[in-house]
Design a protein around this ligand. Structure first.
Ligand SMILES: NC(=O)c1ccc[n+]([C@@H]2O[C@H](COP(=O)([O-])OP(=O)(O)OC[C@H]3O[C@@H](n4cnc5c(N)ncnc54)[C@H](O)[C@@H]3O)[C@@H](O)[C@H]2O)c1
Length: 263
């Protein structure tokens, strides 16, 4: 997919990666970019900064009615949605002690929201014979997020769901991509680094911390090639290969890294 004249929706569009995707899609010639976010004021600021092709929308991705209404309104206004980016995501910063409210929020934002948007957008895409779903998952979805159990479990689920969609719908014209960055310089990681959180330190020690714009570059390249797995950090492919070939050896390496960082 190239972005010229495309109608695009980005959830979590007011934040780091989502805002960079929204800006980049507009720069690539999208006809409309809907910047949807829980933080309506921040979404409005991003849309105003982008210019007339962008429109802000208040959206809680965990509320299926709101997701359905966003898709219906966008299709009514523009006739279609070409690219839906399920990008909003949350961390917990904790392990098994995180209460059910935290686990439930992770599940709802990181996984169930992807189901809601696919459910809402697929009928129109299938009727038109094409469309692209870009799900922002994470390297945590193919590896692990040290220090965040719910993030690890739900990001693995999000990669699994995206893969299921890709296999199920590809032959009916639907392309699916799972965007799986490692460290990206957004509040999500920066706040963790500022707090000295082990997980954030492991991320920073495992590879380059990219800018959101660099992630948007990788997304544009991956969309152009209609690739399923989009890895802005190429080393993640090596880590994933090592993990698949030798799970125990890979875990030993992770534990060694943690010991080094906590010594
Ligand atoms: N920053 C990283 O290092 C990193 C690495 C890998 C993957 N990711 C993933 O990238 C995506 C974007 O993260 P980011 O780093 O830009 O984080 P961010 O916190 O800067 O932005 C996330 C955005 O999602 C919005 N959001 C949260 N809950 C929402 C909800 N219920 N409904 C609608 N919007 C909601 C927030 O308001 C915010 O604008 C997430 O899915 C995250 O898991 C981030």
């Amino acid at each position: 997919m190239n972005l010229t004249d495309r109608i695009v929706v980005v959830t979590g569009g007011a934040g780091g990666i989502g805002a960079a995707l929204s800006r980049r899609f507009a720069a690539e010639g999208a006809a409309a970019v809907v910047v949807a976010d829980l933080d309506a004021d921040a979404a409005r600021a991003v849309a105003e900064d982008i210019g007339p092709v962008a429109h802000a929308r208040a959206l809680d991705v965990t509320d299926e009615e709101q997701v359905r209404a966003l898709v219906a309104d966008t299709e009514q206004r523009y006739g279609r949605i070409d690219l839906f980016c399920a990008n909003a995501g949350v961390t917990t910063g904790g392990g098994v002690e995180i209460d059910d409210v935290g686990w439930d929020r992770s599940w709802r934002v990181n996984v169930l929201a992807h189901v809601y948007s696919a459910r809402a957008v697929l009928p129109g895409m299938l009727a038109r014979g094409g469309g692209h779903l870009l799900h922002t998952c994470s390297a945590a979805g193919v590896l692990t997020a040290v220090g965040d159990a719910a993030y690890t479990a739900t990001k693995h689920a999000s990669v699994g769901f995206a893969e299921w969609l890709a296999i199920t719908y590809r032959d009916r014209g639907i392309r699916v991509s799972a965007l799986c960055p490692q460290g990206v310089d957004t509040p999500m990681l920066a706040d963790g680094l500022a707090d000295g959180h082990l997980g954030a330190r492991v991320v920073a020690a495992s590879g380059a911390v990219l800018t959101p714009d660099q992630v948007a570059d990788a997304a544009i390249a991956g969309l152009a090639e209609e690739r399923f797995l989009i890895l802005p950090h190429p080393e993640v492919a090596d880590y994933a290969r090592r993990r698949a070939e030798d799970p125990d050896g890979w875990q030993a390496g992770m534990r060694k890294l943690i010991r080094r960082l906590t010594a």
